[in-house]
Design a protein around this ligand. Structure first.
Ligand SMILES: [Zn+2]
Length: 316
C-alpha cells in the first residue's frame, strides 16, 4: 500500500501548456510545498482515491468549505478553501449564468469585483458590471471551460456595458456579451469605447491585481490612447479569445503561504509585444517544421493537486 501511494506521488509535477482562458502558467507550481508522497498519504487519510479525476469531485461541490479562506496551488492547478459567493445582485453588479454556480471566490476577489464595479458605475452608460465565471465553490479543475480559475483568484468581466441591473435569472442565462474585436482580434471594433479603457485601467491600477488578459487589438488600442502614466499597461496582457470578456487575475493574498503566484509580467508597458501579436494575427508566421508535437494533456487526478485540497473537499 505504501509503495503504491509512493508511486502515485511520483507522478506529480507534470507540466501543462497554456490555458485557453487566462494563460494559466504552472511555472512555480513546484514551489507548492507538497511532496507527492505527503499529498498521496493525505488523500488516502481523507478517504479519497488519489487517482480520482479531480474535475469530477470539484465540479460536484455545491458550496464553499467551512475553513479559513486560503488558495492552494497555482491558478491552473489548485483549489480554494473558505471561498465565498459573490451576491447574485448588488448595487453595481450582477453575476451572470447563475446555473453554472461559478460566482465563488476568495473573499479578496469578491471584494475586488465589488470595488471595480463601483468604478465602472461611474462611467457614462455603465450601471456597473456583469460578472462572468469566477471559481467553483471549492475551486479546482472544472468539468467544462477554463483551465485556470482554480484557486479563487480569477474573474471574468463582461465587455457588455450593463444598461440595467435587474436582469432575471433567465435573462442572465440567455443574454450574450458582445465582442469587441474585428480582424480576428487585431483591432477593436466600433463597440469599443473610452469607457471600456477606463474600466480596464481601473482594474489594472488596483494593487490586488496581478494581470489582466484581453485580446491583442484592445491592448494596442489602449497603448495608443493612454496619456500620462503608462505603468498600468504593464498588467494588461494580450491573450487568445477574451473579446467578449476580460479576465482579471489577482495576486496571492498576503500571508497565503500555499498560494503560488505567476511570474510577474516583464517590465515596461508591453506595447511592443502586443504589436507583435497583432502582426502575427494579420500575417500568421508559417508553422515551424522543427516544432515538437504538442504534448498530450492528461486529466488531473487528486494526487496532482496540493495535499490541502483533500481537506478542502472533505470539509463541511
Ligand atoms: Zn477567464
Amino acid at each position: 500500500m505504501v509503495r503504491k501511494l509512493f508511486s502515485i506521488g511520483l507522478t506529480l509535477g507534470l507540466s501543462l501548456g497554456l490555458a485557453a482562458c487566462g494563460g494559466g502558467s504552472d511555472r512555480g507550481a513546484d514551489a507548492a510545498k507538497d511532496t507527492g508522497v505527503s499529498a498521496a498519504l493525505t488523500f488516502a487519510a481523507a478517504n479519497f482515491d488519489p487517482n480520482a479525476i479531480a474535475k469530477q469531485l470539484f465540479g460536484a461541490m455545491k458550496a464553499g468549505s467551512a475553513q479559513p479562506p486560503a488558495p492552494y496551488g497555482s491558478y491552473a492547478k489548485g483549489c480554494v478553501a473558505g471561498a465565498v459567493q459573490l451576491p447574485e445582485t448588488g448595487p453595481t453588479w450582477q453575476a451572470m449564468r447563475l446555473s453554472r454556480n461559478r460566482n465563488w471566490a476568495h473573499p479578496e476577489t469578491v471584494a475586488f469585483v465589488q470595488r471595480l464595479s463601483r468604478a465602472a458605475a461611474a462611467q457614462p452608460g455603465w450601471k456597473g458590471l456583469y460578472i462572468g465565471d469566477m471559481s467553483q465553490p471549492r475551486g479546482g479543475p472544472m468539468l467544462t471551460g477554463h483551465r485556470s480559475h482554480q484557486i479563487g483568484l480569477d474573474a471574468d468581466i463582461w465587455m457588455l456595458p450593463p444598461a440595467r441591473l435587474n436582469l432575471s435569472a433567465a435573462e442572465r442565462e440567455n443574454i450574450s456579451s458582445i465582442s469587441m474585436r474585428r480582424a480576428n482580434g487585431a483591432y477593436v471594433n466600433d463597440k469599443w469605447t473610452p469607457q471600456h479603457m477606463a474600466v480596464l485601467k481601473a482594474a489594472a491600477s488596483d494593487p490586488a491585481v496581478a494581470r489582466i488578459f484581453v485580446f491583442a487589438g484592445a491592448k494596442v488600442q489602449m497603448c495608443k490612447d493612454a496619456t500620462g502614466d503608462r505603468s498600468w499597461l504593464n498588467k494588461i496582457r494580450p491573450w487568445y479569445g477574451h473579446h467578449y470578456h476580460f479576465h482579471v487575475r489577482l495576486l496571492c493574498p498576503k500571508g497565503a503561504s500555499g498560494c503560488v503566484n505567476q511570474a510577474p509580467p516583464p517590465p515596461g508597458d508591453g506595447c511592443a509585444e502586443a504589436e507583435t501579436w497583432v502582426r502575427n494575427i494579420l500575417n500568421p508566421p508559417p508553422p515551424d517544421p522543427d516544432a515538437p508535437p504538442p504534448k498530450p494533456r492528461r486529466e488531473y487526478v487528486l494526487a496532482d493537486l496540493p495535499s490541502q485540497c483533500a481537506s478542502v473537499l472533505s470539509s463541511q
